[in-house]
Write a protein that binds this ligand. Structure first.
Ligand SMILES: *[C@@H]1O[C@H](CO)[C@@H](O)[C@H](O)[C@H]1NC(C)=O
Ligand SMILES: *[C@@H]1O[C@H](CO)[C@@H](O)[C@H](O)[C@H]1NC(C)=O
Ligand SMILES: *[C@@H]1O[C@H](CO)[C@@H](O)[C@H](O)[C@H]1NC(C)=O
Ligand SMILES: *[C@@H]1O[C@H](CO)[C@@H](O)[C@H](O)[C@H]1NC(C)=O
Length: 426
């Protein structure tokens, strides 16, 4: 029984590869065309979908042998003690009732000293929160480089169409158009920090991530001349996924030193290969999936969100996730001490990927696209945590585009609600 099932899965997997190899040939020109939009900071090529589809099959196989593969309680919360009680931080800056924007400074948010405040080596260089959250971001309005059916809009259009606001909790909200039926693209938002950094610690506190069939949100950082400047995907996934996938994409020469989580000292698991070069691996990248289903999508949202941190220093690049309720006190005190955080969700050690050669001059980016090269390509795929059933099955609609265009109400959950983004450097 087990053998037969595995054989069938394997057989389907082979068919999949054959099928995809044809697909990639016919679509390569589109991917290359996308790359020419270097100003658009192309991020995900079609080939990425091959890997995603591939990983979907692998996940199905794993599911057939183990009941609980993805939820290993205890792995993700290494510092329960000390997570609270250090430094009481006030709430966000409040509703956007004032016509004048004021940048909220770090000192203004602290109500008391933290024992760790003076000992953090990380200095805040940019902060985004409260009424002034959207100051210091560029609104991207080019066509989506990943071929999603979105129209990215400018800030004024976003505000007047109700897609952008600071809500009554003082959080930044970025929505997708929910008009019941559209014939082409839905309006959405993609923003990029004007601040650039080479090395740093990016801390993003969010209470809601876009979720649902057709959606593909990301919070990521990216450098110039992709992939020369490198790409670091911190929060990313599609559809109903509940487990985050963190990925790097680089020039040739950067690899992941191991595919064994314990060797990498991470709580996540390797999704694809260990060669991170975009151009020689069909943009597979080095992807690592979180073990916990509160790290993305509805699982993240129902838990009140949490805090992501991406650390880029001489030791390499690492992504940490802290579900709401287990944020380290040094993060809330704005005096981060990453050495005390325990195992990362994902890590790409410097030994096999020089973090200052393959990554440079990054900006941080939020976006929500719809369908396109990932969410569209895996519409029929099941077997990823949260997506035990494919979106085609769940919606009864055969394509991502048809579903998204005809179901504006399904986009109600396709919004980011962000408390803050803090960028530190040593
Ligand atoms: C933190 O400050 C808030 C607002 O002043 C207060 O309600 C809360 O009790 C404080 N918490 C602690 C642990 O001091
Ligand atoms: C904040 O409020 C001001 C004044 O009402 C308004 O002009 C501005 O667009 C608002 N900003 C956002 C992001 O909602
Ligand atoms: C997360 O996983 C647990 C344990 O398997 C399950 O009970 C729960 O329903 C899952 N939550 C989501 C949002 O998928
Ligand atoms: C990175 O930024 C620095 C400072 O602005 C600039 O001198 C350098 O040319 C940039 N590097 C690349 C690869 O864009």
């Amino acid at each position: 029984m087990m053998i037969a099932f595995n054989f069938n899965t394997f057989f389907i997997f082979i068919l999949f590869l054959i099928d995809l190899s044809f697909a990639s040939k016919s679509l390569v020109p589109r991917a290359l065309h996308g790359l020419r939009h270097s100003a658009a900071q192309q991020t995900h090529s079609l080939a990425r979908d091959l890997r995603i589809a591939f990983s979907g099959i692998l996940a199905s196989r794993a599911d057939s042998n183990q009941n609980v593969v993805y939820c290993k309680p205890g792995k993700q919360v290494p510092f329960a003690a000390g997570a609270s009680g250090n430094g009481n931080v006030t709430g966000p800056a409040g509703a956007n009732t004032s016509g004048t924007s004021q940048r909220v400074t770090v000192t203004a948010t602290k109500t008391g000293p933290s024992p760790t405040a003076s000992s953090s080596p990380w200095k805040l260089i940019s902060s985004y929160q409260g009424n002034s959250f959207f100051d210091g971001w560029d609104f991207f309005t080019d066509p989506d480089p990943t071929e999603g059916i979105v129209q990215y809009i400018d800030q004024n259009t976003a505000v007047t169409s109700g897609l952008l606001e600071i809500n009554s909790q003082g959080n930044a909200v970025m929505r997708v158009e929910t008009t019941p039926v559209v014939s082409g693209n839905r309006r959405s938002i993609r923003i990029t920090t004007q601040t650039q950094f080479t090395g740093g610690l990016v801390v993003m506190d969010s209470v809601h991530i876009p979720t649902g069939c057709g959606t593909w949100p990301a919070f990521w950082t990216n450098g110039p001349d992709w992939p020369a400047g490198g790409e670091i995907d911190i929060v990313e996934g599609v559809g109903d996924y509940t487990n985050d996938q963190a990925t790097i994409h680089t020039n040739v020469g950067c690899t992941l030193s191991s595919s064994t989580p314990s060797v990498l000292d991470i709580s996540g698991s390797i999704v694809g290969g260990t060669n991170c070069a975009a151009q020689t691996t069909g943009n597979q990248g080095c992807g690592i999936r979180a073990a916990t289903n509160n790290s993305f999508g509805s699982g993240f949202n129902s838990n009140g969100g949490g805090v992501y941190a991406m650390k880029w220093d001489s030791t390499g690049i690492a992504v940490y996730f802290f579900p709401r309720g287990s944020e380290p006190g040094d993060i809330t005190a704005r005096a981060p001490q990453p050495d005390s955080w325990g195992a990362a969700l994902a890590r790409w050690p410097a030994a096999s990927c020089d973090p200052f050669k393959f990554f440079t001059n990054h900006s941080a980016i939020f976006d929500t696209t719809l369908c396109g090269q990932w969410a569209g390509a895996v519409w029929d795929t099941a077997g990823i945590p949260g997506q035990e059933q494919s979106c085609a099955q769940r919606t009864g609609v055969s394509t991502c585009e048809a579903f998204v265009r005809a179901n504006g109400a399904a986009m109600q959950e396709a919004y980011w609600e962000v408390k803050s983004v803090m960028i530190y450097q040593l």
